[in-house]
Every structure is written in C-alpha cells, then in structure tokens.
Design a protein around this ligand. Structure first.
Ligand SMILES: [Fe+2]
Ligand SMILES: [Fe+2]
Length: 218
C-alpha cells in the first residue's frame, strides 16, 4: 500500500501554498515556490517518502523573512530564546528560528519534527544534520530563482554530475561534497563581508569534512 507517513497531503499543501502566497511579497513567494520545486527534485533522489514534509518545510521556511528585526527579536524573546552572545549581529539567521517557532501555533497541521527542524536549520545548518535538513538547506541554496554566482556554480556542481545515474552510496557522497562546497562558499562570503560566522555553520562544515577525510583515508 502506498500510504504517506504524514497526516497531510496534496489538498493541505495546496491550501498552505495559497495562504503563503497571500502572506508574503511576490518576490519572496517566487523564491519559496522555486525552493519547493527544487526540494522535490532532491527528495526524489534521496528520500521520496519525505516529499510531503519537505514540500511543507519549503513553503514555510521563509515565512518570517520579511518581518523586521525588532519583531523577530520580540518573537525570540517571547519564546524564551533570545539571541545568545554574538548571535544578535547575525540578523540573517533569525528568520529560521522565528519561522520554526510560529509553526506549532500558526500552522498546526504541519507541526511535525521533520518540518520544524528542516525550517529551523535551513540557514545556518548544524552539526549532524538529518538528510531532510540537508535537502531543504541545499534546495534553498540552489533553487532556480537564485542567480548569484555561487548559487549557479553549486547548482551546476550538483546536477551536472548526474546524481540520478549514481548508486545511492555515491549519491550520498556527492551530496556531502556539495554541502561542503556550500558551507565553504558561505563562510568565505561572510569573511569577506567581515560578518559573524554562526558556530552552527562551522560545526556543520567540520562534521562533513571529517566524514570526507575519514573515508578517503580508509
Ligand atoms: Fe531563509
Ligand atoms: Fe529561502
């Protein structure tokens, strides 16, 4: 039997898409829809059973991106999660936390761990990311709406290798190498801007690099 493990399906996702469309700017929606398309392409290769959760996570990942910083700060403080030392200067990372915080009350039909965690970690990554967290993170980086040179380069790196023709083992190595490249590009960009680097990003990158080094020395 082909039963989804999630209590939401096509009808709920269509309703969510309509709601999201009415709650954000056309530009943000264009990106959100492109992330949904990309995460479906990625999940088809790695974990088709997670497609419903990843579509929901894609639709929800940037719901607070257009909130101003004081509003985001207020949401974090209200939830008892004010930014920790240094984090108050990493404004770009706030929306992942605030979006994850809003899901249980505002979008209860999609309040499951896979959705909330993929949203929570889509900007910084974290040490020991789950496969679904990795796929939303990557989809957000390489969705077709992104024309920034690093994004174009990473999109080509991933798809030009034809992961669909690989064994699952090779496909997972390819995903890891793509993610390492993305974290390296993010960290280089932050360094060149003199910006704060999230410790979660450094931990995410190091964990993947260590896995790569361990395997190549076997
Ligand atoms: Fe985002
Ligand atoms: Fe995004």
């Amino acid at each position: 039997m082909n039963q989804s493990k999630y209590p939401f399906g096509e009808a709920e996702l269509t309703a969510l898409r309509q709601r999201i469309l009415s709650e954000m700017s056309p530009k943000r929606y264009h990106h959100t829809a492109a992330v949904e398309d990309m995460v479906v392409r990625l999940a088809t290769l790695y974990c088709p059973e997670e497609i419903p959760a990843l579509r929901a996570a894609a639709l929800l990942h940037d719901i607070t991106k257009e909130y101003d910083i004081p509003t985001q700060m207020a949401l974090l403080t209200e939830a008892g999660q004010p930014p920790v030392k240094g984090e108050e200067f990493a404004h770009k990372t706030f929306h992942a936390r605030t979006a994850a915080l809003l899901i249980p009350d505002n979008y209860p039909a999609f309040n499951c761990e896979t959705v909330v965690n993929a949203v929570r970690w889509h900007t910084t990554g974290r040490e020991d990311m789950t496969l679904t967290e990795e796929l939303l993170y990557l989809a957000d980086y390489i969705d077709d709406s992104r024309l920034f040179p690093d994004c174009v380069r990473l999109r080509s790196f991933f798809w030009d290798a034809h992961p669909e023709r690989m064994t699952m083992e090779d496909r997972l190595v390819h995903l890891r190498r793509t993610l390492i490249m993305s974290f390296d590009m993010t960290m280089r960009a932050l360094l060149s801007e003199g910006a704060v680097i999230s410790p979660d990003t450094a931990l995410a990158r190091n964990r993947l690099v260590l896995a790569e080094l361990t395997e190549s020395h076997r």
